[in-house]
Design a protein around this ligand. Structure first.
Ligand code: TXA
Ligand code: MG
Length: 324
């Protein structure tokens, strides 16, 4: 059930139930971080493997020591700069943080979300919220309440409707090793903005053999329709010829070829706008019974890196006729 009633959400969460939670990045599937029952139902409902840990959402910077310990100075600086906001920090966990949340790791992922409804909700609770993105394991992340409702319907108590997510892609995940700052997942805060504070960050996001964030191992954010990421969009459209083709474009429509459906993510050329619209466009194209979706690769800087990362994870066919 979709609702805007925060009191109702508080009621269900206090009963160890789970809800759809609007955040500024994507919708989360949220439960009481101190309730083993709630944590378990998140894993079960999402069909998430137990070795993939969850993010803890706290109401303010001041609560960080309740969740994490041995917090490096740079972590404090990042938290001060970006919270409330779309930055997740991986830090040594407090002993009382459940091993189920962290998948047995000694570290915990934590952030303060920026969405006003999420903050109001947290202010009315005696506990932090654990919340992975509110999609079944592997599928496209939700950026509207209806996406969550379509995925989980009666399996969850409520979807709190906070409108369309402003950032539209997940948080950036940062970890620390000795004095080094490491990127575990590209996200809504561009790497360049983080490096302004920390200096050079080591990028671990793409290391498939040694993923720092277990969730980055998998095919992800994936539509059911065949999906390819293309640097040569016109050639790929021509190759697929008379098939029902959906095209996902950065800022320019296709006019040289007939395609079944095309979506321009940001006519204004802004990466922010493209990120905001990305998952809703993928949901839409995936609902059209197309033979194939061809997505245009973004320039590799700023949020372009985040968008390319999501498009790469969504890709079913890693090679096309042209590229090996
Ligand atoms: O924007 C977001 O981060 C959204 C909203 C709802 O907050 N949440 C989200 O959660 O994207 P999820 O579960 O879909 O992705 C969390 C990622 C996973 O890749 C997981 O492996 C990683 O965080 N992670 C969690 N705890 C970790 C830890 N202790 N060490 C390394 N990676 C961790
Ligand atoms: Mg996710």
């Amino acid at each position: 059930m979709i609702s805007t009633n925060i009191k109702e959400a508080v009621y269900h969460l206090n009963q160890d139930k789970i809800i759809g939670l609007p955040t500024e990045t994507v919708y989360g599937l949220a439960g009481n971080a101190f309730s083993e029952e709630a944590i378990q139902s998140i894993f079960t409902t999402k069909k998430r493997p137990s070795f993939n840990p969850l993010i803890v959402h706290i109401k303010s910077l001041d609560d960080l020591p309740l969740v994490a310990t041995d917090i490096p100075d740079l972590a404090w600086e990042l938290a001060k700069a970006f919270w409330p906001g779309s930055l997740t920090l991986i830090l040594p966990k407090q002993p009382h943080i459940s091993d189920t949340i962290t998948a047995g790791k000694p570290t915990v992922a934590v952030r303060v979300p920026k969405h006003p409804m999420a903050l109001e909700l947290l202010a009315n609770l005696d506990f932090p919220l654990v919340a992975p993105s509110a999609n079944p394991f592997g599928s496209i992340s939700p950026t509207k309440a209806i996406h969550v409702e379509n995925y989980f319907g009666d399996q969850i108590s409520l979807v709190l409707d906070g409108g369309s997510c402003e950032a539209g892609v997940e948080s950036t995940i940062i970890g620390f090793e000795k004095d080094k700052v490491q990127l575990y997942r590209y996200g809504a805060v561009p790497l360049e903005a983080i490096e302004k504070i920390t200096g050079k960050v080591t990028v671990f996001n793409k290391s498939e053999s040694n993923p720092k964030a277990p969730g980055m191992l998998f095919k992800h954010y994936a539509p059911k329709t065949d999906f390819i990421l293309s640097r040569t969009i016109l050639e790929d459209i021509e190759w697929y010829g008379d098939k029902k083709i959906g095209v996902l474009l950065f800022n320019q429509p296709i006019s040289d070829f007939e395609v079944t459906h095309q979506i321009v993510l940001a006519a204004n050329g802004d990466f922010e706008t493209a990120a905001t619209n990305l998952y809703a466009a993928m949901h839409e194209l995936d609902s059209l019974n197309l033979d194939i979706i061809i997505a245009e690769r973004f320039p590799d800087y700023g949020l372009g890196c985040t968008i390319n990362d999501r498009l790469e994870h969504a890709t079913h066919k890693t090679t096309t006729h042209l590229k090996l």
